[in-house]
Design a protein around this ligand. Structure first.
Ligand code: ADP
Ligand code: ZN
Length: 514
């Protein structure tokens, strides 16, 4: 479709003047019949990417979404824009479901939202319907590599086989490289065109603080900005309630929010927050999905998040209007221990533990935090951001170019086929089974780093990962691989600044909560 026509549709049906980055390209990809994978940060405007094509295409658009609670809102807002839409889920009576199925059969509906568990309701009608587009929202839920795996999503691969000529659009805000590949394979996408919008949110400041006396720190933080609303994310339901109470006692207008509260109370808190009647919500990660409040001025993490994807999505709820907004993460040793326990008992323990470890490395990092986040999502940025605590208060650097060269060459020598500990053993010339089994002792550069301690090598390698020169392949036994940036150091004379290794450990600053 031509650009003016698409713009006219955008204005007429949604009231927007222009497309956000990638929206138009994604829409054109779908309209040309291509399977498409769209990766956009929260608030990037994913919905338009299937809602607008749904209007243009002759048949029905099926939208798979795990968020039953949000389907009604989405459908209501579509209807308000004059777009015939409905949803089918298990909360409805069978009469209601039947009514919508008949509306589909009579072509009275353009978009249908459905949870993956409920797809079977449509199975008998599929043959009578013209399906023009299948959109799979929150597509990372299909991947056990991701952070929000939903077993019901794993069956969705059959859709492509059932409707081989219907384009499938997979959308997600959070997917590292491994997860992206997995999404596309599991959904049986055919040569999908992949769009990755920049994840950079330069208006969000990034800060990590030790969890020393964090309640007091949070109170001071909020009192400093009495007219600005924000979210404090906590790990447990109990913490949200206790913290809200402590804040209330100091006169702060705060409420708790978690999935264990009854739905009336939850929607009341949500409404009050959106309407600026409640300044602070102390919430579990259940809060925020689909909440369209553009002037959230700050997000605090009371506890260490489970992984970088979740963390980035949560801080992303701040500053959607583009104005400067603050984010603060409190790190504590106690949280780390508890999260390790959860992760090791849960699904896909090895991957989740590695992701948690990466989260901790971020918190401990001594290099620009935005660089770390963006390189995690596959975006390599050459410049430091100037808007994180490290950039604002840089630690001491030394010229670590030679160290970097040795480390990156070692990774090449072992064919990017080993995890961090083996790389360190290799660099240090260790004589152990992991080395001898593969005869690494005969390779060039074996032992070139014998003068640096194991602990220091570990720190340097983590710094190199944080700087984006190499990465951890979570789904391949945590092997260390080089990124495109590595060649700058190896062949193009790029200098690498490293931080002096600090002996202080992560847990030192932990104290008992008041
Ligand atoms: P996502 O699903 O990626 O988190 P949404 O689709 O909910 O994002 O869109 C986020 C917000 O941006 C919504 O309020 C939406 O109406 C708005 N929006 C989307 N596209 C545009 C656009 N082209 N111009 C202006 N606002 C837009
Ligand atoms: Zn920075």
């Amino acid at each position: 479709m031509t650009t003016p026509l698409l713009h006219a549709k955008l204005k007429e049906n949604f009231g927007f003047e222009k497309f956000r980055p990638n929206q138009e390209e994604i829409i054109n990809s779908i309209l040309s019949g291509q399977d498409t994978l769209a990766i956009m940060p929260t608030g990037g405007g994913k919905s338009i990417c299937f809602q607008l094509p749904a209007l243009v295409l002759p048949g029905i658009t099926i939208v798979i979404s795990p968020l039953i609670a949000l389907m009604k809102d989405q459908v209501d807002s579509l209807k308000a824009n004059g777009i015939p839409a409905c949803f089918i889920n298990s909360s409805q009576s069978s009469e209601e479901q039947q009514f919508y199925i008949e509306s589909l059969q009579s072509n009275a509906i353009k978009l249908i939202y459905i949870a993956p568990e409920s797809l079977s309701y449509l199975e008998n009608t599929f043959n009578q319907l013209t399906i023009s587009l299948i959109a799979i929202d929150e597509a990372h839920c299909i991947s056990a590599w991701g952070h929000d795996f939903r077993p019901a999503y794993t069956n969705l691969g059959y859709l492509k086989n059932r409707f081989p000529t219907t384009p499938v659009l997979a959308l997600t805000a959070t997917a590292d490289k491994a997860t992206r590949q997995d999404i596309s394979e599991q959904l049986n996408l055919k040569n999908p065109i992949v769009f990755i919008a920049s994840f950079d949110r330069p208006n969000l400041s990034l800060e990590v603080r030790p969890a020393l006396d964090r309640v007091k720190q949070i109170i001071d933080f909020i009192k400093d900005k009495p007219n600005e609303s924000g979210i404090v994310y906590c790990l447990s339901r109990k913490t949200t309630e206790e913290l809200a109470e402590k804040l209330q006692k100091t006169g702060i207008n705060a409420k708790a929010y978690h999935a264990g509260l009854d739905s009336k109370m939850r929607s009341q808190t949500q409404d009050e927050f959106i309407n600026d009647d409640c300044q602070v919500v102390c919430a579990t990660i259940a809060f925020g999905m689909g909440i369209d409040k553009s002037n959230v001025r700050w997000v605090v993490h009371y506890n260490l998040p489970k992984n970088i994807e979740g963390y980035y999505q949560e801080i992303g709820r701040a500053g959607r209007d583009g104005l400067p907004s603050e984010t603060v993460l409190f790190e504590s040793y106690g949280d780390m221990i508890q999260l390790q326990k959860f992760a090791s008992q849960g699904l896909n323990a090895e991957v989740q533990l590695a992701k948690l470890e990466r989260m901790k490395q971020y918190a401990d990092a001594l290099s620009c935090r935005r660089k770390i986040l963006l390189s995690y999502f596959g975006e390599l940025v050459p410049e430091n951001c100037g808007n994180c605590d490290i950039c604002k208060n840089p630690p001491a650097f030394f010229d670590g170019t030679v160290i970097a060269q040795k480390a990156l060459s070692a990774i090449i020598r072992v064919k990017e086929n080993e995890p961090l500990p083996v790389i360190i053993d290799f660099l240090r010339g260790s004589k152990n089974a992991a080395i001898f089994e593969k005869e690494y002792q005969n390779l060039k550069t074996y032992g070139v780093g014998h003068d640096i301690s194991w602990y220091d090598w570990n720190q340097y390698l983590i710094q190199l990962i944080n700087l984006g020169y190499c990465e951890i392949a979570f789904h391949q036994q945590n092997k260390i691989r080089l990124t495109a940036f590595a060649k700058k150091v190896l062949f193009e004379g790029e200098k690498v600044s490293l931080n002096t290794v600090q002996k202080m450990s992560f847990g030192k600053t932990e104290t008992k909560e008041t």
